[in-house]
Ligand binder design. Structure first.
Ligand code: PNW
Length: 456
């Protein structure tokens, strides 16, 4: 196979609502848990908030022009629940819907296909106040009602839907027992079981959400979940290490309790054994709701965990990182390009979905970008990172795995959650003083990859 990507390969870029929109109080929007979290001292670096962010809410036309310049035909963004139903449940705010109608019309006019994530962590604060948001089973139904409101209004122009972004992040990092949770709402709960219960409720929301999308969509549509499972990667590709990697996949991070039920209809037995009394309560019928047919799977892949086979009882070892291991500008961002290839293989080999199309819905990195004397940002380190990961995606394609596209995270610098504006993931530099956008070297590099349909 040549180094070309398939002709219909999707080259895209991604963002999320709270991270770029700003206009936090505009047009009847009410606070999300992130608005509240940002006001708690020492939770977000420099006390940053999403109040203005990239002001995309007012500058979306400029941003769509930049997408055209980049040459992408697909854009992944998220819809903010607190704009559509500010109180979390009940009345729909048509002014909130209107913003997304204008955005999507603008995209479609430029021949860009919208891929909408229905939830990217911005739970309505009202539901947090009412019942502790993801701690309550009720949120699954309220989420499904919100989804119906969105899809019945926007389903004539959006056909690619993603239910929830990274369940593990907004549940297992939003609720905690011992450590202070790093994500909103940042709630201390009294047992690990209570944390697992929040992700179980999110899975139910995903399941009911899938049903709601299909029921409300006026025409055919594509439905998926966006997951960031822990990618176990063989230290070297011996048959023993590969087998060990598959075994380790079950209990790495929250894999066994999130991607397993979503794709196989059951929590991984290995995880349940490990959890014992910490396992969530699962009611009759829950797993059927959670295990919905998907049109494709969205994977956010940034890093991996190296594994090798061992002689001990569990048969594998997840390896520590050597002191000097190369990483990008985040403590967790170890450079493991093979994680794209192995992430795709785990869907096929470990989860048993050989033909399920896969979209890389996020891949990218933070770098210490600076504007030089010529007024440019030469982020060759980001290019180095991206090039290796894209080659790993190409390897999966060359071996016949059903990878259909790639969305780079992120189109532009944005509010990086608890890191605020201190970390930059964009291929477009944002000057937060002036809101000026400046395409970085990686933008021009990515445009050339898209133009040539191969990694350059
Ligand atoms: C994703 N980790 O989050 C999110 O979907 C984005 O909103 C975010 O901006 C982006 O990645 C960069 O962080 C992640 O610890 C959070 O491995 C944490 C991890 C990975 C992704």
């Amino acid at each position: 196979m040549s180094d070309k990507f398939p002709n219909n390969f999707i080259w895209g870029a991604a963002t999320s609502a709270y991270q770029i929109e700003g206009a936090a109080t505009g047009n009847n929007r009410l606070p999300s848990v992130w608005d509240t979290f940002c006001t708690i001292p020492n939770r977000v670096v420099n006390g940053d908030t999403g109040e203005v962010a990239c002001d995309h809410y007012h500058r979306y036309e400029t941003d769509v022009k930049l997408m055209v310049e980049l040459g992408i035909k697909d854009y992944r963004f998220s819809i903010a629940w607190p704009r559509i139903i500010p109180g979390g449940r009940g009345t729909v705010n048509e002014a909130g819907v209107d913003f997304y109608q204008r955005l999507v019309d603008c995209l479609l006019e430029q021949g860009i296909t919208p891929h909408a994530t229905l939830f990217h962590w911005d739970s309505p604060q009202a539901l947090e106040d009412l019942y502790g948001s993801w701690q309550s089973r009720q949120i699954a139904q309220d989420y499904a009602d919100y989804v119906t409101a969105v899809v019945s209004r926007l389903g004539d122009r959006i056909t690619h839907w993603m239910t929830l972004n990274e369940i593990s992040c907004f549940t297992h990092k939003g609720y905690g027992v011992d450590e202070t949770p790093v994500h909103a709402p940042g709630t201390q709960v009294n047992s690990k079981k209570a944390v697992w219960q929040t992700s179980h409720h999110a899975l139910l929301a995903h399941g009911l959400g899938c049903q709601a999308i299909r029921a409300a969509s006026p025409g055919s549509c594509k439905v998926s979940l966006v997951d960031n499972f822990c990618v176990t990667v063989p230290l070297s590709e011996s048959p023993e290490n590969i087998a060990a990697t598959q075994k380790a996949f079950h209990t790495c991070g929250s894999n066994g309790g999130i991607i397993f039920p979503a794709l196989t209809g059951a929590y991984s037995p290995a995880l349940l054994e490990l959890l014992g009394e910490d396992a969530p309560d699962i009611q009759a019928g829950d797993l059927e709701i959670i295990h919905q047919p998907l049109d494709y799977l969205g994977l956010n892949i940034y890093k991996g965990a190296y594994v090798r086979a061992t002689d001990n009882e569990q048969g594998y070892e997840i390896l520590d990182w050597p002191k000097g291991y190369p990483k990008m500008h985040m403590p967790w961002l170890n450079i493991v390009p093979e994680s794209i290839y192995w992430g795709i293989r785990h869907v096929s080999d470990t989860l048993g979905h050989k033909d399920l199309p896969i979209l890389i819905t996020e891949n990218g990195c933070a770098a210490q970008d600076e504007i030089n004397a010529q007024g440019e940002v030469i982020d060759s380190d980001r290019i180095l990172y991206l090039r290796q990961y894209l080659k790993s995606a190409h390897r999966a394609l060359s071996e016949g795995y059903p990878l259909t596209g790639y969305f780079l995270w992120s189109l532009m610098d944005n509010f990086e959650w608890s890191w605020g504006y201190d970390r930059r993931f964009g291929i477009i530099y944002v000057d937060y003083q002036t809101q000026q956008r400046l395409p970085k070297a990686s933008f021009h590099w990515y445009r050339e990859c898209i133009r040539q349909n191969r990694v350059v």
